[in-house]
Design a protein around this ligand. Structure first.
Ligand code: C2E
Ligand code: MG
Ligand code: MG
Ligand code: MG
Length: 279
């Protein structure tokens, strides 16, 4: 009986492993098809200053799947990072962002609006990342400072020299950098000091607890102070209530992003959001 039970367990495990592998390759095939058939779309989440003006947008990818509908990035970005598909997907995102910045270039409504693009660790680590990025900027004839690359702290743990060299090379051309989900990683202050960062993005998890959890409150205050003393802009992500925004503003945070203002929007709706504030 015991042997039978062990066999059954083994069969179940094998079944799970196989279906997982099968699902994995289906996802790979589907992601490749998505690239080919242009099923990815970008949404734009407004970023506002303390006067309530749109000063930029974070570009967030979605997958318009023919059967599954609009698939959020959490369901495919991690996988694409593991398989390397993030490289072509990330290139596509940057191309789209540059194309959009070109379209807005001479439009006075968009004069102050830049785009923040999420860059995966293995994407930034590519040898050709810097020359490819500079090419894109030149080919589209856009102002480099309109582009902000969002990196995460995971990037900082290995090969600081390569990281600093690449960031400085791009920063020298005007490209801006932000550190995303700040506070969730383990970057040391001495590392932070070496990076040409313009912006710290306080992670949403701290913002959502800021009024109810003393340690989140302390972390938020500390990050704001840290940004100020290092000459960086601090933006709060995931601001959902006016009370959170009031707390942030009274502690010196000057930029905001979150559902309180707007969810990430399809391009036309983002354009309407921008037009409304001028109307
Ligand atoms: P992230 O870069 O930290 O992006 C912020 C996420 O928080 C977005 O989720 C956004 O919709 C969500 N968010 C913003 N404000 C609020 C709020 O007030 N409340 C709540 N509950 N959520 C809010 P999204 O779009 O699902 O993206 C998830 C993650 O996927 C991103 O986190 C980023 O790490 C990754 N991602 C998205 N687009 C790209 C991309 O083009 N390339 C790469 N490499 N990663 C991407
Ligand atoms: Mg981000
Ligand atoms: Mg974030
Ligand atoms: Mg995040």
């Amino acid at each position: 009986v015991q042997g039978g039970a062990a066999m059954l367990l083994l069969f179940m495990l094998l079944h799970i492993l196989q279906s997982d592998a099968a699902e994995r390759s289906v996802l790979d095939r589907d992601l490749l098809a998505a690239l080919r058939d242009e099923q990815f779309v970008l949404h734009y989440q407004p970023q506002l200053n303390s006067a309530g003006r749109v000063i930029g947008a974070e570009v967030l990818i979605r997958w318009q799947h023919p059967q599954r509908g609009l698939v959020p990035p959490i369901e495919f970005i991690g996988h694409a990072e593991k398989t390397g598909l993030i490289i072509p997907i990330g290139k596509w995102v940057l191309e789209q962002a540059c194309t959009q910045l070109r379209i807005w270039k001479d439009d006075p409504l968009y004069r102050d609006i830049g785009l923040a693009v999420n860059i995966s660790q293995n994407q930034f680590r590519q040898a050709a990342f810097v020359p490819d990025m500079l090419d894109l900027i030149a080919v589209h004839g856009i102002e480099a400072h309109r582009l902000e690359l969002e990196l995460t702290e995971t990037l900082i743990v290995q090969d600081m020299e390569d990281l600093v060299r690449k960031m400085v090379a791009l920063a020298d051309h005007g490209v801006r950098f932000s550190l995303d989900d700040f506070g969730t990683g383990f970057s040391s202050l001495s590392h932070l000091k070496r990076l040409p960062l313009n912006t710290l993005k306080i992670d949403r998890s701290f913002i959502s607890d800021v009024l109810t959890d003393a340690s989140s409150e302390t972390i938020v205050r500390t990050v704001i102070g840290l940004g100020q003393s290092m000459g960086m802009t601090v933006i709060a992500e995931g601001v959902e209530t006016e009370a959170q925004q009031r707390f942030l503003a009274s502690n010196g945070c000057v930029q905001f992003q979150g559902y309180l203002f707007s969810k990430p929007l399809p391009l036309q709706e983002f354009a309407a959001f921008v037009a409304r504030q001028h109307g």
